[in-house]
Write a protein of this length. Structure first.
Length: 457
């Protein structure tokens, strides 16, 4: 009997790249098997998941084969592929195409010509299965990052796929919601026999949920023997609050927020309800909290993207922000082209621009390959670092980050910690919102938790 999924001697390099990201990949999965795919940032995890299906495969040079039930995917009709393989991107916004939750769930079914009544039945069943009936009529833009990720997963299974590919699915989830999300994946695997591959950095925390763990290293796939370790849900927030013990505010704060109130609907509840915080110049401030508590909303108020109904925000220097979707910061095809255009608009001459780009690229370990690669083909971690480079090029004194560790392995996180601390020593104030408790503890010197619309310290 043929394996559900067979990958044989798969090699791949991007259209603008010189090196093979995947080299001689071999992998076989039985029906219903669950595999955890690990590897450092930029190792090729996302690339492998995308190359499995012709519907998501990027442009580039490829050899080898991918078989589903013994048939090469390149020989399968488009409709067969879409009904057999579902891919959920690391950033849910990259895969969302409709502005409402109902529309997003219905889209793929309508796209293949399914009759309206069957679409309605499938949406009703899927919403019930995932427990999202209460947000069916809401706009995607109003959802938290965690809610968007669950909607993306729900939309992916509307055609009842046999193989489910998830790229860093817990990136936008707090530790407790991450566990609940993986519980949903376990349910899909158990209830429908779906074959599952999950790319994930938190290997030690989640390895026990999977049948196998494999790792991409220098383009080659290797089996791993992993021992599980602590789960971040055990940490709660006690150690986060302890960061502020003995902290003293001196002088005028770089960022001051007073009695901030914000709600999206005129008669809706306050997302922010009297939030107060003073952040000293040169400090690194971490803001944590559950999914949907308002962390991203808080940052959007700081950047004046959202106008609060009450309260005020004072930032005493130039501010630059990186959103949860770092791709939104690029308007040119490659990071290098984007940086040059950006600096030219700011009046820098070519020689000076080259020097600034080289300095920032070296600091963030952006190689020539990364700088010249299409931003759509970069890994999550590479995209994050490339977007951060643009913040540094902007020369702002207050830097805001929304989930800065998404897509980063432990080594890349440690590097980011070092960069942030170096910037803080130069008097730059850094504020980031995160679900990554470990990163907050190792990086920030002050912290708060957003709960019920207020910031607790």
């Amino acid at each position: 009997m043929a394996k559900k999924l067979q990958i044989k001697d798969l090699n791949f390099k991007y259209a603008l790249g010189d090196r093979y990201v995947l080299r001689g990949i071999d992998l076989e999965l039985d029906a219903g098997e669950k595999v955890l795919l690990s590897g450092i940032s930029g190792s090729g995890k996302s690339t492998l998941l995308k190359v499995i299906s012709p519907m998501t495969s990027p442009r580039g040079g490829r050899s080898g084969s991918v078989l589903i039930d013994g048939t090469d995917v390149r020989d399968m009709p488009r409709l067969d592929i879409t009904s057999k393989v579902a891919y959920v991107a690391q950033n849910p916004e990259n895969g969302i195409v409709v502005d409402t939750v109902y529309g997003e769930l219905a889209f793929c079914c309508e796209n293949i010509g399914m009759n309206r009544e069957e679409v309605r039945r499938r949406v009703a069943w899927t919403a019930s299965y995932f427990g999202i009936e209460d947000i069916l009529k809401r706009k995607i833009s109003e959802l938290s990052g965690g809610q968007k990720q669950i909607v993306s997963l729900a939309a992916a299974i509307m055609l009842k796929p046999e193989i489910l590919l998830l790229d860093e699915p817990t990136t936008y989830l707090d530790p407790i919601q991450a566990v609940r999300f993986l519980d949903l994946v376990d349910n899909l695997n158990r209830d429908f026999g779906m074959t599952v591959i999950v790319a994930e950095h938190r290997v030690e925390s989640f390895a026990g949920r999977f049948d196998r763990v494999v790792k991409i290293e220098e383009g080659v796939l290797l089996d791993m023997d992993v021992r599980t370790s602590f789960n971040e849900t055990d940490m709660f927030y006690e150690r986060v609050f302890a960061l502020n013990d003995g902290a003293v505010n001196t002088g005028d704060p770089a960022v001051s927020v007073k009695n901030l109130e914000f709600r999206y609907a005129k008669d809706g509840p306050n997302v922010l309800d009297g939030a107060n915080v003073d952040i000293p110049k040169g400090s690194i401030y971490a803001l944590l909290g559950a999914n949907g508590c308002g962390k991203t909303t808080f940052l959007r108020c700081l950047t004046c993207e959202l106008k609060p109904q009450r309260g005020n925000v004072k930032i005493r220097s130039q501010c630059a922000a990186m959103t949860q979707n770092p791709l939104s910061m690029f308007i040119e095809e490659t990071p290098e082209k984007d940086y040059r255009f950006f600096l030219k608009q700011k009046g820098f001459k070519k020689e000076e621009a080259d020097a600034r780009i080289s300095e920032v690229a070296e600091k963030l370990e952006l190689t020539e390959d990364i700088l010249k690669t299409n931003v759509l083909d970069l890994s999550g971690g590479e995209t994050e670092r490339a977007a951060m480079a643009k913040l540094l090029l902007a020369g702002a004194d207050v830097l805001l980050f929304d989930e800065p560790t998404k897509g980063l392995d432990s080594a890349a996180k440690a590097k980011l910690t070092g960069i942030m601390k170096e910037l803080a020593e130069r008097g730059i104030t850094i504020i980031f919102v995160t679900h990554d408790v470990g990163f907050a503890l190792s990086t920030a010197d002050r912290a708060g938790v957003l709960s019920a619309g207020s910031i607790l310290e």
